[in-house]
Design a protein around this ligand. Structure first.
Ligand SMILES: Nc1ncnc2c1ncn2[C@@H]1O[C@H](COP(=O)(O)OP(=O)(O)OP(=O)(O)O)[C@@H](O)[C@H]1O
Ligand SMILES: [Mg+2]
Length: 342
């Protein structure tokens, strides 16, 4: 049974720039379910953060044009009046922003920042809000939460600040948590603790989670489903075990082949040649085409649709389905490698 909480359909986000429109998100569709974790992966600049800032309606309308549908429990957030959006942002969707220092006010004590969030969304006394803030800090595993609540962000370690961000995102008990790189720059022990904390909330209160991460290893450990983004589109998506177990898109193959060996061995890593395209000057057809070792002439003709092959596992590639696994081991040529050096 599917229990879709957030459904993004044909999302486009374009930024105005002096060099022409930047198509940061370009026909993206994906969904997150209640009580499950959707992992979103892809290289830097693939549109991961912009997608979910659009869902929170936090992009500046003066520079960003957003179209498509982003439904929370069936209600399109993109057409919701701004006033109603305030009852979504925080109470229904909590977000851990990619840069916790930028998201925390440097001159306010962390406890007060959480209390303010509570007071902005409900009729609650200063005293009760302060008690709930301390309880929220305790829930995310912060030792001596009374003392920590009185500290300023710069007095906390990176791991503690991440926990404060999680506490703040969850204090209003949202249905959906969007965690944008919540563990970047943390050591692996703290990373594991934070992921376990989010996962515990998922199972205990049925929280839906979107986990945005550069790390395929992290996503493969905690996500139920995964979307692989490239140049503003999902190029593969499906159950985590399928996408990592039987990846179908040459870009996903490239991402997986560029991972260091899990056992720390010295197998040679194969980085994906070339770089993602300029979003102001996208190549015709498949966006990954110029870097793809399996490119065929037809790849340049049109942008391939995301096609479901079986049981929720979809990819946007026109390679014949038969024998893809064999192809993976035998790329035709890496065009970006064979280009003459500039
Ligand atoms: N306000 C803005 N104005 C213009 N371009 C923007 C703006 N915000 C984002 N972009 C561009 O949109 C593209 C997607 O950005 P986004 O932040 O979503 O990438 P990302 O996948 O989250 O990358 P990272 O992994 O580095 O966080 C980038 O090319 C970025 O430069
Ligand atoms: Mg980002």
């Amino acid at each position: 049974m599917s229990d879709v909480l957030l459904e993004i359909e044909n999302l486009h986000v374009t930024f105005a720039s002096p060099h022409g429109p930047i198509r940061a998100v370009d026909g993206l569709s994906l969904r997150a379910e209640r009580g499950a974790t959707l992992g979103v992966v892809g290289e830097s600049g693939s549109g991961k953060s912009v997608t979910f800032l659009a869902a929170m309606r936090l992009l500046d309308p003066a520079t960003a044009t957003v179209s498509g549908r982003i439904r929370l429990d069936g209600v399109d957030l993109l057409t919701l009046p701004s006033r109603e959006m305030q009852t979504v942002r925080g109470p229904r969707i909590g977000m851990i922003f990619q840069d916790p220092l930028a998201a925390l006010h440097p001159l306010l004590r962390v406890g007060d920042q959480i209390s303010e969030t509570l007071r902005a969304h409900g009729d609650i006394s200063r005293r009760d809000a302060s008690d709930r803030a301390v309880a929220a800090l305790r829930r995310v595993g912060i030792p001596s939460p009374d003392e920590r609540a009185r500290q300023y962000p710069h007095e906390l370690s990176g791991g503690m600040r991440q926990r404060v961000m999680i506490a703040m995102a969850l204090v209003l008990e949202p249905e959906l948590l969007i965690a944008d790189e919540p563990t970047t720059a943390l050591d692996t022990t703290v990373e594991a603790q934070i992921l376990a904390l989010i996962d515990d909330l998922r199972t205990r209160i049925g929280l839906g989670v979107v986990l945005i991460s550069h790390s395929l290893a992290t996503v493969s450990q905690v996500a139920d489903t995964v979307a692989v983004m490239y140049a503003g589109r999902a190029i593969e998506r499906g159950p985590c075990s399928d996408v990592f177990g039987q990846p179908q898109h040459p870009y996903t193959w490239g991402l997986l082949d560029s991972l260091p060996a899990v056992d720390g061995g010295h197998e040679s890593l194969t980085p994906i040649p070339g770089a993602p395209p300029s979003l102001a000057d996208l190549p015709p057809g498949c966006r990954f085409g110029p870097r793809c070792g399996y490119r065929m002439p037809a790849c340049g003709e049109r942008v391939p649709d995301l096609v479901e092959r079986h049981a929720g596992h979809a990819d946007a590639c026109i390679l014949p389905m038969d024998g893809r696994e064999g192809l993976r081991r035998a790329p035709i040529a890496h065009p970006a490698n064979s280009e003459p050096a500039p």
